[in-house]
Design a protein around this ligand. Structure first.
Ligand code: 9MR
Ligand code: 9MR
Ligand code: ZN
Length: 580
């Protein structure tokens, strides 16, 4: 048995032990917790905290006091009483926000033990940002990828060079068409426009919000030596593929995929035939949105590419106008991801980007009409700005662009109404986090991919902060990251290769098929559901332990908010060494 198999069977054994333990030791209080070996009792963000800001940990069990200890000297640098949760028995908060001296620390609770190590330092998120961003590069399809991190070489050969066949597009076309490139969607190697465009859209938004910090970074990708910032080169990898998903008439194929999910092979060994699917208006609108968005972001670096993006967006927009009603893709030939979604929000997003990039009144009128329509259609229970959103609900991306726009001509009443709604969505998020034992900005909602949403809410908070700055918005952005990096029901990091006891067995075909023990680094796993304690670090559990670009794009956004460019090169140097 090779080493990786040994580790895997050990992990499987532990999984069994965990179930056994959970059966033997059920609840620890009414709504308390189970004593399980896969969890830590002192739960804290295992990466750390910037100097200024809220810093909290959660301690399970009976205790009254905690200390923070310097991890090397073991000196106690901070001490306080815990705050016992008003309703959850044995759940205590340790608040050490006042500790703002840079250093590496642990939390100590007498009779209970110590927490994972963490750091207090303004640049703590540089390395996690690098790894999560680099994971986007490692998701490239159609190219060799290579990254040496912590002494391990994560690599595969150029894959899926035959993409793809036209036999299942629902037209009489046959033969093949170039569909090489883009990012693999997730633990599977297929490529879906809805999710790919959504991910690129979040990353372009990250660029617009944090370009000052992102522009100078050397992110060690093959294009690092050209004049375009690396962050944009990586997004362009996906955009170039999206451009290939456009039919000459502007319709956008919904996906390019095998007919069924394949086994755990490296991508270059995956020889299943891959097909373009029929088109859909949702995919077409998402395409318009992201290519129109790209046209303004790349203008400064590559005017020719910028024009290509805008022309492509306009062509597809014309087709959308010809099809006001929803056209869905017939995917019955495929059993891979469907990403089926209604297109109303996608059209709103598309129009917002066309307007912001061109300033044309016709787009502004249409956009405002769509926003008003959204208000008309809303039920009282669903706010105009969503405080829980993913690839299926993309209107926020359009709303945020509209409300932050510097362009003239907007309807002031509509802007004011939306501003109020952005702030109230952010306040909802702040309150959910404040009332949650692990600061979770999504409160108690758990579903497939919810970790991605936890990260994505950083965008709602960022936009709110730009409209009306409040320190609680920034604190809650940090809580989102803290939650994903260890301040959660497991006391473990949900990002491979990052932080304390991260996932070792993600549902990721590369990690399953290569010969390395550690999984491919920098990937946020989907997260527990239906309950907060329903995560399993098992490669078979694609419902909670898969990886996906829309979750990674979200955490890249959340981390980008805290990138410190001045120390970046020095911070990441010890963890990477690439040949380029
Ligand atoms: O590997 C697939 C994963 O990427 C998807 O998210 C998931 C749900 O659609 O499906 C996985 O594939 C499984 C398939 O649906 C059923 N047979 C087992 C496959 C996992 O090995
Ligand atoms: O992220 C998707 C999630 O919202 C859906 O509930 C789930 C089931 O349809 O599918 C998820 O997306 C998967 C996609 O269909 C196939 N590739 C893997 C994606 C992540 O699991
Ligand atoms: Zn591939």
């Amino acid at each position: 048995m090779n080493c990786k198999l040994a580790i895997r069977s050990l992990a499987r054994g532990l999984g069994l032990a965990v179930c056994w333990q959970a059966l033997c030791h059920p609840a620890y209080g009414n709504e308390g917790f189970e004593r399980r070996t896969d969890v830590e009792l002192i739960r804290v963000n295992s990466i750390g905290f910037p100097l200024v800001g809220e810093k909290m940990a959660t301690i399970l069990g009976k205790c009254s006091e905690f200390r923070v200890q310097n991890a090397t000297s073991k000196d106690t640098v901070f001490r306080d009483e815990v705050r016992t949760h008003p309703t959850l028995p044995n759940v205590n908060t340790a608040d050490f926000s006042d500790l703002s001296t840079p250093g590496r620390y642990r939390i100590v609770v007498e009779g209970m033990g110590t927490s994972a190590e963490f750091e207090i330092n303004d640049s703590v998120f540089n390395r996690p940002f690098y790894r999560c961003f680099h994971a986007m590069y490692l998701s490239r399809c159609g190219a060799t990828v290579y990254s040496k991190q912590d002494g391990h070489e994560f690599k595969h050969d150029a894959c899926h060079l035959a993409d793809g066949l036209l036999a299942h597009t629902g037209t009489s076309s046959d033969g093949t068409k170039d569909g090489v490139g883009g990012w693999h969607d997730a633990g599977d190697y297929n490529k879906y426009v809805v999710n790919g465009a959504f991910t690129a859209g979040m990353l372009l938004t990250a660029w617009e919000h944090f370009a000052g910090a992102l522009e100078p970074l050397d992110l060690r990708i093959p294009e690092s030596d050209n004049k375009t910032p690396d962050f944009l080169d990586e997004i362009r990898w996906e955009l170039e593929w999206l451009l290939k998903m456009q039919r000459p008439d502007g319709r956008i194929f919904h996906k390019l995929s095998a007919l069924r999910f394949g086994g755990a092979k490296l991508p270059e060994n995956d020889e299943a035939k891959r097909y373009f699917s029929p088109w859909s208006t949702a995919a077409t609108a998402d395409f318009v949105a992201v290519l129109a968005h790209a046209s303004r972001v790349y203008r400064k670096y590559d005017a020719e590419f910028s024009k290509r993006c805008l022309d492509a967006a306009k062509l597809s927009y014309e087709i959308l106008k010809l099809h006001e009603g929803e056209v869905t893709a017939d995917l019955t030939k495929f059993s891979t991801g469907a990403y089926s979604t209604t297109d109303r929000d996608d059209r709103l997003w598309a129009t917002s980007q066309l307007w912001e990039s061109t300033g044309k009144t016709e787009f502004l009128n249409e956009l405002e009409e769509r926003i008003r329509q959204r208000y008309d259609l809303l039920e009282a229970s669903e706010p105009a700005i969503q405080a829980d959103w993913d690839w299926k609900q993309v209107s926020n991306l359009g709303m945020f662009t509209y409300v932050l726009s510097q362009r003239h001509g907007r309807d002031t009443r509509l802007v004011n109404r939306l501003t109020a709604d952005v702030l109230s969505s952010a306040d909802t998020i702040v309150n959910r986090s404040a009332n949650h034992p692990y600061g979770r900005p999504l409160g108690d909602r758990y579903y497939w991919g919810c970790n991605g949403t936890v990260a994505r809410l950083a965008m709602n908070l960022e936009v709110a902060d730009r409209l009306s700055a409040r320190s609680s918005y920034r604190h809650t952005q940090l809580h989102a990251l803290s939650h994903l990096l260890g301040w959660n029901d497991y006391g473990r990091s949900y990002v491979t290769g990052v932080g304390h006891r991260p996932p070792q067995l993600p549902h990721d075909r590369r990690s399953m098929a290569d010969k390395l023990v550690p999984p491919w680094p920098g990937y946020l796993i989907g997260g527990p559901w239906p309950k907060s304690t329903d995560w399993q670090d098992s490669e078979h559990d694609y419902k909670t332990n898969e990886i996906a670009i829309n979750w990674n794009g979200a955490i890249v956004y959340a981390l980008a908010a805290f990138v410190k460019a001045d120390t970046f090169a020095a911070d990441v140097k010890p963890i990477y060494s690439s040949p380029n």
